[in-house]
Design a binder for this molecule. Structure first.
Ligand code: NAD
Ligand code: IPM
Ligand code: MN
Length: 354
């Protein structure tokens, strides 16, 4: 089965973690019926410095004509704010990737790295954030003047309906018994529209318990009862923030993956972290968020659940052997980015050979 994968490594630790994601894709290429062709699609801060734009037309065309995009991270300190990062928003907007799926799962092997006490971890953490990815504050680039600045939070019925429906269908597929909508309907008009639509749609899914929580309170519930959440659907800005909070609950920002998805169309897979300039070039970044993004690509774009599960087992096994700096354990080897990727690759190879 031939698939074209466009690849944007980006800035900072982007290239370091994407190289480990590519190792996994190459193993899949060698040991399964998939045949991947990789096409480079440079974007980000370094590209902006050279060409004055962070997403050249050629890169976007390459992405548009591929089956999926593997993306690292972009951003370089010292550049004007946003010039690099805008490339991500362009890809999300122009490909209409309205779903940002962000799994937050605490692996048993990493319980020691969860910052919460055992009583708060309870039965464990296994949450799927479904973040609206094309509207709200992110749609309107706004303006900045010397003495005022503005972004407008605008949501449409169409925008709310499609993401909330996706979330209910996703919850159904995962056999979740509960879905949580996070908003700020006590003050923001777009959240009131969101909540009305959430209530309309939930009446079509009587098997799934549906609850609303205000975003400020949710930030404390996420720490207080993280085991209580399954599918969590929310708007663009809130989703950006609460998913980074979630990521640290599972050990590190480096552990969290994401899919920017338009079901049935070319979608983009990336770790949720940024270019991490504080550790870039040191070879210590955690590549697991990127490798889990490859897992999501297999499951959500290439419709292969089993292969995705194999990648996840390979990661869980590897975490018992050694770990990168950010999730290190005194009794286990501390691994470089490459060594972590190699360990996972070896495990996957063995699993796929069987
Ligand atoms: P960041 O996510 O890059 O880093 C935050 C902290 O998490 C840092 O201490 C970093 O070292 C750590 N971290 C992140 N990823 C890690 C990994 N894989 N392994 C180990 N530790 C990891 O956030 P920031 O510092 O606020 O942003 C840096 C740049 O990245 C900015 O330019 C920002 O705009 C950009 N950014 C890009 C993306 C993206 O490309 N998708 C996402 C977020 C931020
Ligand atoms: C993310 C990032 C992006 C966002 C930025 C870099 C545009 O923080 O993917 O989480 O805000 O969505
Ligand atoms: Mn973010």
């Amino acid at each position: 089965m031939k698939k074209i994968i466009s690849v944007c490594k980006g800035d900072g630790i982007g290239p370091e973690v994407v190289d480990e994601g590519l190792k996994i894709l190459n193993i899949i290429n060698n040991y399964t019926e998939f045949e991947f062709e990789f096409r480079g699609a440079p974007a980000g801060g370094a590209v902006w410095k050279e060409h004055g734009e962070s997403l050249p037309k050629k890169s976007f065309e390459t992405i548009k004509n591929s089956d999926a995009l593997l993306f690292g991270a972009i951003g370089i300190p010292g550049l004007p704010q946003g010039v690099a990062e805008i490339a991500i928003l362009k890809i999300r907007q122009d490909l209409d990737l309205y779903v940002n799926l962000r799994p937050i799962k605490l692996y048993d092997a990493l319980r020691d790295r969860c910052p919460l006490k055992e009583e708060y971890i309870g039965d464990g953490i296994d949450i799927y954030f479904v973040r609206e990815n094309t509207e709200g504050l992110y749609k309107n680039i706004g303006y900045l003047k010397d003495d005022e600045a503005e972004n407008i939070m605008r949501y449409t019925r169409k925008g709310c309906e499609r993401i909330i429906k996706y979330a209910f269908e996703f919850a159904k597929r995962k056999k979740h018994t509960k879905i949580t909508s996070v908003d700020k309907a006590n003050i923001l008009k777009p959240s009131q529209l969101w909540r009305n639509i959430f209530h309309e749609i939930r009446s079509e899914y009587s098997d799934i318990q549906a609850e609303d929580i205000y975003v400020d309170a949710f930030c404390q519930w996420l720490i207080r009862t993280p085991y209580a959440y399954q599918t969590v659907v929310t708007g663009n800005m809130f989703g950006d923030i609460i998913s980074d909070e979630g990521a640290f609950l599972i050990g590190s920002l480096g552990m969290a993956s994401s899919g920017n998805i338009h079901p049935g169309k070319v979608s983009m897979y990336e770790p949720i972290h940024g270019s991490a300039p504080d550790i870039a070039g040191k070879g210590i970044a955690n590549p697991i968020g990127t490798i889990l993004s490859v897992k999501l690509m297999m499951q959500e774009s290439f419709n292969n659940q089993e292969l995705g599960n194999e990648i996840e087992y390979a990661i869980e096994e590897a975490l018992k052997e050694g770990r990168t700096e950010d999730i290190k354990h005194p009794n286990l080897k501390t691994l470089s980015t490459k060594e972590m990727g190699d360990q996972i690759s070896e495990n996957l190879k063995i699993r796929l050979k069987k």
